[in-house]
Design a protein around this ligand. Structure first.
Ligand SMILES: [Zn+2]
Ligand SMILES: [Zn+2]
Length: 240
């Protein structure tokens, strides 16, 4: 098998998913790009995954002030692989809008690493955040479904692309901020097959978590349909 891999690497050498330079490392980035991306690492909040910066004595069992205050969270764990900033933003936009779909393989590896706490706590199914069918026709693919489809082979957990649907077309969340995002996405999702959701521990997969309004709205309908727990797993996350 490794001979075939060597031949394949010779004919089609792996390239940095950001700048296209030929690389030898399997993490998908060249050294220059790797240095410009912030991988989120411990210590971070056990629940929402927000990194503890300059917190003396911080450890992996601690909660951030937001999670201590907010007892009504809709998710069990939220994790992201990298911070959403200049370089990572370009990489994700290329994946989402410019047909760089082959990058899903590398991103799925990152998701597996970032989601270690989620997977060790037990998960039944991976569900990508769905697109409205009109958006799907326009874009031709759902980037979150591509991620879930690659991740399922790495973690051996099935996907479900049918039970959660976006039945209401909404304006892109990027045009709104704060509460307007919550309002824009409210009522946009529904569970079509509650029998597939009942008592399931679900991981919602998306490309970016900004304020979390989309993921929270999905979690709301999944929990209402009887899901046991919902986790959020994204490539990147916005931290101020
Ligand atoms: Zn590069
Ligand atoms: Zn937290």
């Amino acid at each position: 098998m490794s001979i075939f891999k060597d031949i394949l690497n010779f004919l089609l050498p792996p390239r940095c998913i950001n700048c296209g330079k030929i690389i030898t490392d399997e993490n998908g980035l060249c050294a220059d790009c790797f240095n410009q991306i912030t991988f989120i690492s411990e210590p971070y909040c056990k629940c929402c995954g927000a990194p503890f910066i300059d917190v003396v004595g911080a450890n992996r069992h601690m909660l951030c002030p937001n999670c201590i205050k907010n007892k009504k969270k809709l998710f069990r764990y939220a994790r992201a692989a990298i911070k959403y900033e200049d370089v990572s933003k370009n990489m994700i936009l290329a994946f989402k809008f410019m047909d760089k779909t082959e990058n899903a393989k590398v991103f799925a590896k990152w998701l597996k690493m970032a989601g270690a706490d989620i997977f060790s706590s037990g998960v039944d199914v991976l569900i990508p955040v769905p697109l409205h069918y009109k958006r799907l026709i326009k874009r031709r693919y759902n980037q979150s479904a591509l991620l879930a489809n690659e991740l399922k082979f790495l973690v051996n957990i099935p996907t479900d692309f049918k039970s959660l649907v976006k039945h209401k077309s909404t304006k892109p969340q990027v045009s709104f901020s704060g509460n307007a995002r919550v309002k824009n996405i409210k009522g946009a999702f529904e569970v079509r097959c509650p029998q597939n959701i009942k008592d399931k521990r679900i991981v919602l997969i998306d490309d970016v978590q900004t304020t979390g309004s989309t993921l929270n709205e999905c979690a709301k309908v999944l929990l209402k349909a009887g899901a046991k727990s919902v986790d959020f797993l994204t490539i990147a996350r916005v931290y101020k």
